[in-house]
Design a protein around this ligand. Structure first.
Ligand code: GTP
Ligand code: MG
Length: 195
């Protein structure tokens, strides 16, 4: 797919504030700092579209970007970030849950997982929530530039082995690097097929 246009539309703090336009929506979720905003910039070839930061907790709102005037990419706040206050954390959780469980326009949720790490309880729990509610999702293993190919393969295999213990069918898995643009074509092709 060719991205001809990618424009910021609005930031929302509740699902009621989200754009009223009914067009397909694809959202990015995952732990703070996993690389959601960077991936949106990589996919759209625009380093300044979504705000990124080395400090976890950068994205605190639901951010809609309109692509080719036909569909939305949505940047969400991260979950599982221990350093924000407890109240802040539960507010994030509410925004995320509201959006994920109630937003009818959501076609597919991309759950980002850092390819360097062991499976984490917070991610596995989040995936369980999606399963319980029948939310369509894929997994993207991020920051693959930080691993040697052998280690990447081992980590993805290990993750798949963990998932298969509780999922009958594995979700679609991608791997990405916002630095080398690995995964860009595959993810955009997947979105195009769903449009
Ligand atoms: P929050 O908004 O805080 O939840 O974080 P986020 O998931 O949006 O992460 P963000 O895109 O802001 O990136 C976090 C940090 O990781 C930044 O310092 C990025 O430069 C870095 N980063 C993101 N993706 C990659 C990647 O693919 N490779 C490398 N090497 N660094 C990355
Ligand atoms: Mg972000």
């Amino acid at each position: 797919m060719i991205i001809q246009q990618a424009t910021f539309v609005k930031s929302s703090t509740t699902i009621e504030q989200c754009p009223k336009k009914v067009i397909p929506e694809f959202a990015f979720i995952g732990r703070s700092n996993v690389g959601k905003s960077s991936l949106i910039n990589m996919l759209t070839n625009n380093r300044k579209l979504a705000k990124i930061s080395g400090t976890p907790g950068k994205t605190q709102t639901i951010n809609h970007f309109i692509i080719n005037n036909a569909w939305y990419l949505v940047d969400l706040p991260g979950y599982g970030f221990a350093k924000v206050s407890k109240q802040n954390r539960s507010e994030f959780a509410k925004i995320i849950q509201d959006y994920v469980l109630k937003r009818k326009e959501l076609v597919c949720l991309f759950v980002l997982i850092d390819s360097r790490h062991e499976p984490q309880a917070v991610d596995l729990e989040f995936l369980r929530l999606l399963g319980e509610h029948g939310i369509p999702f894929c997994i993207i293993f991020t920051k693959t530039d930080k691993l040697k190919p052998g280690a990447l393969d081992r980590n993805i295999q290990h993750y798949s082995n963990t998932l298969i213990q509780e999922w009958e069918v594995l979700p679609t898995l991608f791997h990405s690097s916002s630095t080398t643009k690995t995964g860009r074509e595959e993810i955009l092709q997947y979105i195009e097929n769903l449009l």
